[in-house]
Design a protein around this ligand. Structure first.
Ligand code: AOF
Ligand code: ZN
Length: 431
C-alpha cells in the first residue's frame, strides 16, 4: 500500500534510484509526523539523514542512525563514505553516556563483522542501549541476520521492518550488486517528441533543455559509472564529466562499449579534462591499440564476442567486481537496444523535448528490430512524469516479457540489431 496522505507515505513512494536522486537531501530536520507511530517517526528521520551521503557511499550502503532516550534525540549519525565510521558509531559518539537505556533507530541491520571498520554490534552492546529498531536486514552475506541475532543474544530488544520499503529502495544498487553480482542500471535517453535522438546528419546538441541537462549531470554525480557506445564517442565526442553538481574523485568511471576497438586516442573523454578512469570494453585483441589507449590513461577490457558484440552482462559483472554498483547508460540507440536485449536495464528515464526532427534516417532512441508483437514489447511500470523546463521527464521501471517466448524475442532483437550500422563520422573537435 503506497497511497496514504501523510508526508511519510511519500517515503514509501520512492520508486527507485532516480526518484531518490531527485529528493532534497537537506530537507527539514524533523519529518512531519501526522498519523504515524513513534518508531516510524524516528526511522523517517534516520532515513532522511542517511540520504545526505547520496552518491558517496558505494560500494557501501547509505545508512542513518538516531538514538532516542526518554523521548529526546541524544545522537544522530550517518555513514559518509566507504571506510568512514558506520552510522551507528557516529550516533553513539554523539550520544556518549546518554545512550544507556535508550533506543537506536537504524536504517540497516548493524554489522557484526570486521570490514574496514570494527563491528557495530560490539559498540552497541558496550553502550548499554536497551532497544534497537532496524528498518531492514543487511543483505551482505557477512551480516544477513547475524547482527540482529547477536544483539538479541546480548539481551537487547530488537525490532525490524519499520519503514522497510523505504530502506530497501534507498539502497537498491547496493542490494542488487551484493546479492546478484549485477549492478543497478539506469538508462537515460534525451529525445525529440517524435522519438529521435539526433538528426539524420548526426546532430544532437542540444535536443534536451538546459534544465534536463542539469538534472542529467546530477544523476551522473550519483552513479559509479557512465556507459556509452562507440558511436556516441565518434559522433558526439562527449567529455563524460560531472558539471554543475558535486563531484566525487575518480567517479563516475567512464565505460565505452567498443566491439571493434575504434576509440580514437584523441577522444575528449580520454583527455586530462576528464580525469576519472576510462574502461574500453571490446571483443578485439590488439596489443598495439591497447598500448596506445593505455598511454592516454584508458584500460582495455577484452571479452569473447557475443554475436559480434561485447557481452554486456559479463561486462556488468566485471564492473561490480571493481566496486561499480550503479551505471547510467547514456546511449546511443545501439547500446540501449543491446542493454534492453540483455536485460540489464532496471530503470529508464526519457527526457522528451518539444521538438520534431522527423526523417526515416534520423536515429531513434532504440535501434534493433524491436518487438514483433505487442505482447513481446517491454512494458514500463512505476511511471513518474515530471516537467523540466519545456521538457517532460518520464521515468519508470523496466518489466521484461516473461516466459520462453519473451526471452527468445530478446535474443532476436540483439541478433538483428547487429546488422547495418551507419558509417561513423569523423570525431568533431572543440566541443
Ligand atoms: C552498518 N552501518 O553505517 C554501514 C553498514 O568495510 P566496512 O567496515 O565499512 O563494512 C561494509 C559493510 O558493512 C557493507 O557491505 C554493509 O554490509 C555494512 N554497512 N553497516 O552497520 C553502516 N554502512
Ligand atoms: Zn557497522
Amino acid at each position: 500500500m503506497e497511497s496514504h496522505r501523510t508526508p511519510l507515505s511519500r517515503l514509501g513512494r520512492f520508486t527507485g534510484l532516480p526518484v531518490e536522486w531527485r529528493r532534497n537531501v537537506n530537507g527539514p530536520t524533523v519529518p512531519r509526523t501526522n498519523g504515524i507511530n513513534r518508531d516510524e517517526r524516528y526511522m523517517a528521520r534516520a532515513l532522511q539523514i542517511a540520504r545526505r551521503a547520496l552518491g558517496r557511499t558505494s560500494p557501501n550502503p547509505m545508512v542513518g542512525a538516531v538514538i532516542v532516550n526518554r523521548g529526546r534525540v541524544v545522537g544522530e549519525g550517518y555513514h559518509r563514505s566507504a571506510g568512514a565510521p558506520h552510522a551507528e558509531v557516529e550516533a553513539l559518539r554523539k550520544a556518549r553516556e546518554r545512550s544507556r537505556g535508550g533506543t537506536l533507530y537504524v536504517t540497516l541491520e548493524p554489522c557484526n563483522h570486521t570490514g574496514r571498520t570494527p563491528p557495530c554490534c560490539d559498540a552497541i552492546i558496550a553502550s548499554g542501549l536497551s532497544r534497537v529498531v532496524a528498518a531492514a536486514k543487511d543483505p551482505n552475506p557477512l551480516t544477513n541476520g547475524r547482527g540482529l541475532a547477536r544483539l538479541r543474544q546480548a539481551g537487547i530488544e530488537v525490532i525490524t521492518g519499520v519503514l522497510e520499503r523505504a530502506s530497501l529502495r534507498l539502497n537498491e544498487p547496493f542490494r542488487k550488486a551484493i546479492t546478484s553480482g549485477m549492478p543497478f542500471v539506469v538508462a537515460k535517453v534525451g529525445q525529440s517528441l517524435d522519438g529521435k535522438i539526433a538528426t539524420a546528419s548526426g546532430q544532437s546538441r542540444w535536443i534536451s533543455s538546459l534544465a534536463s541537462r542539469r538534472l542529467a549531470h546530477q544523476w551522473r554525480s550519483r552513479v559509479d559509472a557512465i556507459l556509452i557506445g562507440i558511436n556516441t564517442v565518434l559522433q558526439d565526442d562527449p567529455l563524460l564529466t560531472v558539471r554543475g553538481a558535486p563531484r566525487r574523485s575518480g567517479r563516475p568511471i567512464k565505460v565505452i562499449v567498443d566491439s571493434r576497438l575504434r576509440t580514437p586516442t584523441t577522444a575528449r573523454c580520454l583527455s586530462s579534462r576528464s580525469p576519472a578512469p576510462t574502461l574500453i570494453a571490446t571483443t578485439v585483441r590488439s596489443e598495439t591499440k591497447r598500448r596506445m589507449l593505455a598511454r592516454c590513461g584508458a584500460e582495455v577490457l577484452e571479452f569473447p564476442a557475443r554475436q559480434g558484440r561485447v557481452p554486456l552482462r559479463r561486462l556488468c559483472r566485471r564492473l561490480v567486481r571493481r566496486g561499480v554498483q550503479s551505471i547510467l547508460v547514456e546511449g546511443g540507440g545501439e547500446v540501449l537496444a543491446s542493454a534492453l536485449a540483455e536485460r540489464i536495464v532496471d530503470r529508464i528515464a526519457f527526457f522528451i523535448a518539444p521538438i520534431l526532427i522527423g526523417g526515416r534516417a534520423a536515429p531513434t532512441s532504440f535501434s534493433g528490430s524491436g518487438a514483433s508483437h505487442l505482447s513481446r514489447a517491454i512494458r514500463l511500470t512505476d511511471v513518474t512524469y515530471r516537467r523540466l523546463g519545456p521538457d517532460l521527464c518520464v521515468e519508470a521501471r523496466v518489466v521484461y516479457p516473461t516466459g520462453a517466448r519473451g526471452r527468445r524475442q530478446g535474443a532476436r532483437v540483439l541478433q538483428k540489431s547487429r546488422a547495418p550500422r551507419p558509417a561513423p563520422r569523423a570525431p568533431r573537435a572543440g566541443r
